[in-house]
Design a protein around this ligand. Structure first.
Ligand code: ASP
Length: 346
């Protein structure tokens, strides 16, 4: 840490638009000089806390971010955990929801804020949304009440809203409000004041040590149903070598065609220990297997409900569970419980 002030925040710069600047000579995008952070964003001097930073080298477009990078982010947080009050992760928006979801499972018993943010316009551009996002994310990462972190969760802060990270989806590639959380309320809203929605913020009970989980298994597929989907296509998905789990994106409240070939393929897969999680293609609402006849056969074929989980979170939760357990029965059981508020089990 550089100096002793009242609080300290570690900035982890992974890449994305927010870490870009515009070269005044050529007009092309170049990496932002985070070593000159205070010079470039003098507003940060007004905070009464230290801001240190670490940077991925090279900085990555978030399309290049995956399990290897999640592990390195989680390790950075784990090793620096005792020295900082909170963490801000600067990240591209494209896969930010996946990273936030993964970190929420990899950092068990988290009691400090991990706030991911990014921007739609590079931080070095006049109209950038990056400065506001960064400044507010830092403020939230350092926010405390009665000596404890106000938001001890992995979150995404974007435009003016703080969301639980594992509830978010990137919804907009153009406007500044790039994220939505369709099945869970905002944890805070930043206007003139930052208003925290205390009743929906998750707090770990008691003093518990942070546990770092590195084991992830990527033998997963996403199978999105569509009217007219062919047997050959579904069969090809289930024939993926090494496949251990499938996120089945179904219609509405968890429905699927009742063609015998589909039922047979699903049943054959679950009989072979492949975990199939039913997730709705709708943004809002939950899978309710059995509500319509068109989901009863899914249940009978051994497909389990993902309730109101997002696809991003179903994928990362499965990677996490497959990394920790071998038998599909345990994975199905664990998939059915909420670890850190990622889904509403009813
Ligand atoms: N392609 C960029 C990324 O996700 C977009 C962004 O940063 O918003 O890294």
């Amino acid at each position: 840490m550089s100096e002793t002030k009242s609080r300290s925040v570690l900035l982890i710069c992974t890449g994305g638009t927010i870490t870009m600047s515009v070269d005044p000579g050529t007009g092309s995008l170049t990496p932002f000089r985070f070593d000159q952070l205070y010079k470039q964003i003098p507003e940060l001097n007004k905070f009464d806390f230290n801001i240190d930073f670490v940077q991925f080298n090279p900085l990555l477009d978030s399309s290049e971010v995956g399990p290897k990078e999640w592990i390195s982010m989680a390790e950075t947080i784990y090793h620096a955990y005792g020295n900082y009050d909170g963490f801000v992760v600067l990240h591209g928006t494209d896969t930010m929801a996946y990273t936030a979801s993964a970190l929420s499972f990899m950092l068990e018993h988290l009691q400090k804020p991990v706030i991911l943010t990014g921007s739609q316009l590079p931080i070095g551009m006049i109209r950038t949304d990056g400065k506001e996002n960064l400044i507010t994310a830092i403020e939230i990462a350092a926010a405390k009440e009665y000596g404890s972190a106000l938001v001890p969760e992995v979150c995404i802060f974007f435009e003016n809203t703080l969301w639980r990270g594992n509830r978010t989806t990137k919804k907009n590639a153009e406007l500044f409000n790039a994220f939505g959380s369709y099945n869970y309320a905002a944890l805070a809203t930043a206007g003139v004041h930052i208003r925290y929605n205390r009743t929906v913020i998750h707090h770990e009970r008691g003093e518990r040590e942070l546990i770092l989980h590195r084991a992830l298994d990527t033998n997963i597929a996403i199978l999105k149903l569509f009217p007219g989907i062919s047997e050959a296509y579904v069969e090809a998905v289930f024939n993926t070598p090494g496949l251990r789990a499938v996120v089945l994106e179904s219609f509405g409240a968890g429905n699927a065609p009742s063609s015998q070939w589909l039922i047979d393929l699903l049943k054959k897969a679950t009989d072979h220990g492949i975990v199939i999680v039913n997730v709705t293609q709708c943004n809002t609402g939950s899978v309710e297997m059995g509500r319509y006849k068109t989901s009863v056969h899914l249940h009978d074929a051994g497909v389990i409900s993902g309730y109101d989980i997002t696809t991003e979170t179903a994928v990362t939760k499965l990677m996490f569970l497959l990394g920790h357990y071998q038998d599909s029965e345990t994975i199905c059981k664990e998939m059915g419980r909420s670890f850190c508020g990622e889904m509403t089990v009813e």
